[in-house]
Design a protein around this ligand. Structure first.
Ligand code: 13P
Ligand code: SF4
Length: 296
């Protein structure tokens, strides 16, 4: 790891990693967190180069917040399938029909953010929608939108039929099987999960929210209904507690970034996130508004 440290120093680089990244990436990162924490960290850093270990929309957000910094994205193939489920053109058409504000989940392309009024993450979606003056078009995650609607009853919310394939694959049956094996365990679920999973969860939260909840809880065991690598971070930070991932809860695109690719990106200073000036300028406003709202 000497090589990596040397490169980081030479480039004045910081490594940001999402909670779903491989253990070896989490171990070398300067900061590991959820989408909101990573966007906040990207805003605060005085590094010249951000090496972003996550998926496309997260690295793009870091670039939009920091147009003058270099954002390295070690594997350009790491694209979130949910973010690809909504496009700016269709969204503009929907806005013409309803004339409501567009709240876009951070899991969207820069072009979609550019036509949005505000962004949100799973950590502040309820707070963001509650803050809107009238009706809302919420894109692209239908499950997160339905979760928000449990709390926001005074506005019309138009949902988009997007979904996360990883969270859709987390079944109530598999969770209940784990619960039978570990009856004392609390169930933590991400709001991208289906409503039947949300119904039985003891806590619904963003990935960072789950870490914080587990730290404060007196329980010693947790069933973690989100991408399984979050359990690595949890066990590392709470070695005296047990965390049980759910069968098949893997996000393949989060796994494309490897240690070798991180080192190579710093050596070659590529691939870099490149976006048009116009898109960046427009997308910055809804992202900054979201950052001002903070955690929910
Ligand atoms: P968090 O913001 O909760 O980390 O979630 C990001 C994500 O992609 C969930 O699938
Ligand atoms: Fe996208 Fe789902 Fe992977 Fe999160 S877990 S990055 S929403 S595919």
């Amino acid at each position: 790891m000497e090589k990596l440290e040397k490169l980081k120093k030479e480039r004045n680089a910081i490594i940001l990693a999402h909670n779903y990244q491989r253990p070896e990436i989490q171990d070398i990162a300067d900061f590991v967190g959820d989408s909101l924490a990573l966007a906040m960290k990207a805003k605060q850093t005085d590094a010249d180069v951000i090496v972003f270990c996550g998926v496309d929309f997260m690295a793009e957000s870091a670039k939009i917040i920091n147009p003058d910094k270099i954002v390295l994205f070690p594997d350009e193939k790491a694209k979130c399938p949910m973010a690809a489920m909504v496009d700016a053109e269709s969204l503009i058409k929907l806005k013409e029909k309803y004339d409501y504000d567009i709240v876009s989940y951070i899991n969207t392309s820069a072009a979609v953010k550019a036509v949005s009024d505000i962004c949100c993450t799973s950590a502040n979606a309820v707070k963001v929608v509650q803050s809107m003056p009238g009706g809302v078009i919420f894109v692209p995650d239908e499950n997160l939108g339905n979760y928000v609607m449990r709390f926001v009853k005074d506005k019309e919310i138009i949902l988009w039929p997007g979904f996360c394939p990883t969270h859709m694959g987390i079944s109530l049956k598999d969770i209940m099987k784990l619960k039978e094996e570990h009856p004392e365990a609390e169930i933590l679920a991400h709001p991208e999960c289906t409503p039947d999973v949300i119904d039985i969860a003891d806590k619904v939260a963003s990935t960072e929210g789950m870490v914080r909840y587990a730290m404060e809880s007196e329980s010693r065991e947790f069933i973690v209904a989100t991408e399984r690598e979050l359990c690595y971070r949890m066990k590392k930070e709470m070695p005296d507690k047990e965390f049980y991932p759910v069968k098949n809860a893997v996000c393949p695109t989060m796994k494309t970034i490897t240690l070798e690719k991180v080192i190579k990106s710093l050596e070659e200073m590529k691939p870099q996130i490149k976006l048009s000036e116009e898109i960046m300028e427009k997308a910055k406003k809804p992202l900054e508004k979201m950052l001002e709202m903070g955690r929910g």
